[in-house]
Design a protein around this ligand. Structure first.
Ligand SMILES: Cc1cc2nc3c(=O)[nH]c(=O)nc-3n(C[C@H](O)[C@H](O)[C@H](O)COP(=O)(O)OP(=O)(O)OC[C@H]3O[C@@H](n4cnc5c(N)ncnc54)[C@H](O)[C@@H]3O)c2cc1C
Length: 560
């Protein structure tokens, strides 16, 4: 096979296959002469080689406009080849090149492989015999919509928890992907070309055409161009957590000349990255989606030279002389002069029989954005009475048939911002059920029913439900700081003046000054954002604390 021209990635291909090398070259030469400018000409000398070439093109997301196959080929004749080629490129126009003696076989192929044309050999002069045929096929093909897909492809099952996680991971890392259901023809075709049986999902095909079966987040991150390993051994500042506080710290740290690395266990953006519309962040009078804010912040961090590592979870913090060491779950470590903890909070899980088994299969924690398309025409339930639940209800009401907000309290006024309550009241698809809790969930492989209890009357009823989104508050994930950094009873990190409520310095504190405002009980380790005890739990305050922590890092480094 001739090697395709790499610069022609976005051009649709014309593939020609003939077992006679001389004929194969001649056909390709004639095709290239007329179509080489607009199309990639791919040549093969056997049915098997041509199928391999088609698979490679398919994996890369390229389009094939016309397939021109010789009828008489050993091992696999032209009709047998086209039968297999249809499975890979069903929309490609199919032309059979035959000798006069094989006309009957060609006519038969019109039914077998839905042949578009049979061309009699010799095709000379091409201006008269070949080009008019190919022109007509290209014209017909171009009249249909063939948008080449040069993005990561995810083939999976709608109700698979891991497939949901992978989509969420890609979306939150701003990696463009296209989703294919494994039980639909396009998905099955892609599984076939990837050589996967579909029993283990998801299957990922990268834009370069590499297939991966059920990869880990770290493997996936590496293949889709996300950075996972630090470039240096030692930094001025390690920021743990890539939400607004961490991104704020990375931007200010790097822009002020600190060698800064940000370590994020999953995807940057944190909770804010999951918000469909943040309306109260200064400077965005029309609101901004969490994804937009995250993309811009990440670009800004890169612009100033901050390193951003994803899929790396920090699970330990140690003091090693004047260095602060963070330990990753894979055992590796990273040292720095200072650390900013910006690990935020994570969603609490809802406890009711049946819910745990259905997580990712109709029951989602905060993933309203990635599942929006699944809500089209569905009756959707949302649990929670705070702003995050309200935002999700407003957002999903654009797609769903109905959205029911299940609230434990008597009203929304105690837990949700006034502007959101007003918005919700103005959307007819949204209804609010107060004094309601979920007592059970049922479903075979995915959510089918919810049992709801009216806490005022004690009565229960069962409703059909395919999708449930849970937003019931969050807890800090700071267990790994146990014994190193002081935390309050709920796990939030205590900092600055809050450490000295009794007028005493923190235990083990050996400096002759009190901890700075956002400094924890370990000198040189700071905390910013939602993970801090008594923090405001807002995007603006998280970003502000990230910036302020950097200012305190400078102060700490000056006195080191
Ligand atoms: C749906 C939703 C809507 C919201 N809407 C608004 C709004 O409109 N206005 C507003 O002001 N606020 C809003 N908030 C609140 C706001 O998003 C948070 O206050 C803000 O994101 C807190 O930022 P943070 O950086 O402190 O923490 P987070 O956003 O929680 O980010 C923490 C990050 O640290 C990472 N991490 C945690 N542990 C580790 C570890 N051990 N190693 C590496 N990484 C780790 C996490 O994966 C996460 O990415 C909303 C929250 C949600 C969930």
């Amino acid at each position: 096979m001739t090697t395709p021209d790499p610069g022609a990635a976005a051009r649709s291909a014309i593939l020609t296959v003939d077992d006679d090398p001389g004929v194969s070259r001649a056909v390709a030469r004639d095709l290239r002469q007329r179509y080489g400018g607009q199309h990639r000409i791919v040549r093969a000398e056997s049915g098997a080689a041509a199928l391999d070439a088609l698979k490679e093109l398919r994996m890369r997301g390229d389009e094939v406009a016309v397939i021109l196959a010789d009828y008489r080929m050993p091992q696999m004749n032209g009709i047998e080849f086209l039968e297999k080629a249809i499975e890979i490129y069903p929309a490609a126009r199919r032309v059979l090149l035959t000798a006069y003696a094989d006309t009957n076989a060609a006519i038969e192929a019109i039914n077998v492989v839905d042949l578009d044309y049979y061309l009699l050999k010799p095709w000379d002069p091409p201006e008269e015999k070949l080009y008019p045929v190919i022109d007509a096929q290209l014209e017909g093909w171009q009249a249909e919509d063939h948008t080449a897909v040069h993005v990561t492809k995810v083939i999976g099952h709608r109700w698979s928890a891991r497939c949901t996680e992978v989509r969420e991971f890609l979306a939150r890392n701003q990696v463009a992907y296209r989703w294919y259901a494994s039980d639909e023809p396009d998905g099955q075709r892609l599984l076939g070309v990837a050589g996967a049986d579909g029993r283990t999902l998801p299957v990922i095909i990268t834009p370069d055409g590499e297939a991966m079966v059920a990869p880990s987040d770290a493997d996936l991150a590496g293949k889709v161009g996300l950075s996972t390993t630090p470039a240096e051994d030692f930094y001025d500042l390690v920021v743990v957590g890539g939400g607004p506080a961490g991104l704020g710290a990375a931007v200010y740290g790097a822009s002020e000349g600190l060698r800064t690395v940000l370590v994020e266990r999953m995807a940057t953006g944190g909770q804010a990255g999951q918000s469909s519309r943040i309306e109260n962040y200064l400077g965005f009078p029309d609101g901004v989606s969490g994804a937009q804010l995250t993309t811009r912040a990440q670009r800004q961090a890169h612009k100033f030279g901050a390193e951003v590592l994803t899929t790396r979870e920090v699970c330990g913090l140690e003091v090693c002389g004047s260095a602060r060491r963070v330990r990753f779950t894979d055992g590796n470590t990273l040292d720095a002069h200072t650390v900013i903890l910006a690990t935020g909070v994570s969603y609490r899980q809802l406890n009711a029989p049946g819910l745990a088994d259905l997580a990712g299969a109709g029951v989602y924690y905060g993933s309203a954005l990635t599942e929006a398309s699944a809500c089209i025409g569905q009756d959707v339930y949302i649990v929670g009475g705070a702003n995050s639940a309200g935002q999700a209800a407003v957002y999903l009401s654009r797609h769903a048939k109905s959205v029911t907000l299940l609230v434990r309290g008597k009203d929304l006024e105690h837990s949700m911002s006034y502007y959101l309550i007003q918005q919700i009241a103005g959307i007819p698809q949204i209804s609010v059920r107060t004094c309601t809790e979920i007592v059970a969930a049922q479903g075979d492989g995915h959510l089918e029913q919810l049992t709801l209890r009216d806490t005022a009357s004690g009565g229960t009823d069962t409703v059909a439900a395919q999708l449930l989104f849970v937003f019931i508050g969050a807890a800090p994930l700071t267990g790994w700081l146990d014994g190193v950094v002081q935390r309050d009873g709920r796990g939030f990190v205590i900092a600055g003046p809050d450490l000295a409520v009794t007028g005493q310095r923190p235990a083990g504190w050996d400096l002759d000054r009190a901890p700075y405002h956002l400094e924890t009980s370990v000198p040189g380790v700071f905390v910013a954002g939602d993970a801090r005890a008594e923090s405001a739990k807002r995007v603006a305050s998280a970003v502000g604390e990230g910036a302020m922590a950097v200012m305190l890092v400078h102060r700490y480094l000056e006195k080191l």
